[in-house]
Design a protein around this ligand. Structure first.
Ligand code: BGC
Length: 404
């Protein structure tokens, strides 16, 4: 099998005990988010079941999350038992550089142990350097919009690569810059809650600059490293007619290709996160919503195939770095994975260069401003006891991997 199969996590969502811009924001906004729960989630079919949790402010505080910081070895053991041969995770910048310019050697050592544990379990590490959270000192100085952000990021990336660069081949600079910037700098719903189109473009440009800046430096130092970026891409389907077709072209350019277009010479692979498609009918996301997840997200496996095809002209390997479903009852997850992988298989048979698939997520975890109620895990987590329970769909995924 020359395909990587595994699952993904991100530091803030699973580790627990973080002290960063998100943990501070959570404390400030938990009450409000709980009060807004009915307005935000009342329309979901799951509302009667999630209501109690979603209206509790504690739902919105990451706290100990899954305590993966202390339980990573146990979790990798479970991943291995599920047939995985790779794992995608992120490093928490706020642990590594809690004060400006001061690097915490114990935390670097922690991630060295994480990588060793992955290797010991036969799991190829895919490391993301930044999955949306910032050290407090940087958040207080304008975060990603700080003029010096590319320099700060370079210093952090160099420190990590110097520590782990000989043991890790696959590196991702940024996770989904477009989703982060959309929510943090355009819609204003995530920290630092800025709103505006200029803010959006300025911040995207800053992340592009930061990636460009470090790509060559890191390649010179570690020529065997494979460095990519992760984008959340959508299949835009036009409902027909000139206007919808024009909107489709525009949406593809801006959402799917703006960042990749800028970085195509400074990436060795594309990390593709795919969740759902967008049907354009004088507006976006006019999906027919025949089948949805617990979060109301449409299930549209065929879209992953279209997106893969649409990446062909970059002529780069593609790793599906995230694809998953919130499904507390585990009623739809197995078919979700199977159907998406059927389309991935079709793409590979047609010679599209897909080399890996990571289900989101290995564990139930902290789903940002929605808190803990969405359940994405192959493994269920009881947050009161930290007990892990493998969901039946995880065994189905294992069978798919074995028969690939
Ligand atoms: C993000 C994850 C998130 C997942 C499900 C992705 O866009 O990278 O952090 O948990 O979507 O919402």
């Amino acid at each position: 099998m020359n395909m990587y199969f595994g699952a993904a996590t991100s530091s803030h969502q699973v580790e627990g005990g973080n002290n960063n811009n998100w943990s501070v924001w959570e404390e400030k906004t938990a009450e409000r988010l709980a009060l807004e729960a009915e307005h935000n989630f009342g329309h979901l079919y799951t509302w009667p079941e999630i209501k109690f949790q979603a209206q509790n402010p504690r739902n919105y505080i990451s706290g100990m999350a899954c305590d993966h910081y202390n339980r990573f070895a146990e979790d990798f053991n479970l991943a291995k038992s599920l047939g995985h041969n790779a794992h995608h995770f992120s490093i928490e910048w706020s642990r590594i550089e809690p004060e400006e310019g001061q690097f915490n050697q114990d935390e670097i050592e922690h991630y060295r142990k994480v990588v060793s544990a992955l290797r010991a379990h036969g799991l190829e590490p895919f490391i993301t350097l930044w999955h949306w959270t910032l050290p407090l000192w940087l958040a207080e100085q304008n975060g990603v919009q700080n003029k010096k952000f590319p320099q700060y990021f370079e210093r952090y990336a160099r420190t990590i690569m110097a520590a782990l660069g000989t043991e890790v081949k696959f590196w991702i600079t940024f996770n989904e810059p477009e989703v982060y910037v959309l929510n943090s700098y355009f819609r204003g719903i995530w920290p630092p809650q800025h709103k505006g189109i200029f803010s959006f473009y300025r911040t995207v440009a800053q992340l592009i600059r930061a990636h460009k800046r470090i790509y060559q430096i890191l390649k010179n130092q570690f020529p065997f490293a494979s460095i990519g970026i992760v984008c959340n891409l959508s299949y835009f389907e036009s409902a027909g007619g000139l206007i919808n077709s024009l909107l489709k072209v525009g949406a593809e350019r801006i959402w799917n290709h703006h960042i990749l277009g800028h970085l195509k010479r400074e990436i060795d692979f594309i990390g593709l996160n795919y969740y759902f498609h967008n049907r354009i009918n004088f507006g976006f996301n006019r999906n027919r919503n025949e089948q949805v997840s617990d979060m109301g997200w449409e299930i549209y496996p065929n879209g992953i195939y279209h997106v893969i095809k649409d990446l062909q002209h970059y002529n780069l390997p593609i790793y599906i770095t995230e694809n998953g479903i919130a499904d507390a009852k585990d009623a739809q997850r197995a078919s979700f994975i199977r159907e998406h992988l059927d389309w991935v298989r079709k793409a590979i048979d047609e010679k599209y260069n897909v080399q890996g698939y990571f289900y989101w997520s290995l564990l139930d975890n902290f789903e940002w401003d929605k808190g803990f109620w969405p359940r994405f895990g192959l493994i269920e987590v009881d947050y009161a006891t930290q007990e892990r329970k493998i969901r039946p769909s995880a065994w189905e995924y294992k069978k798919i991997i074995e028969n690939w």
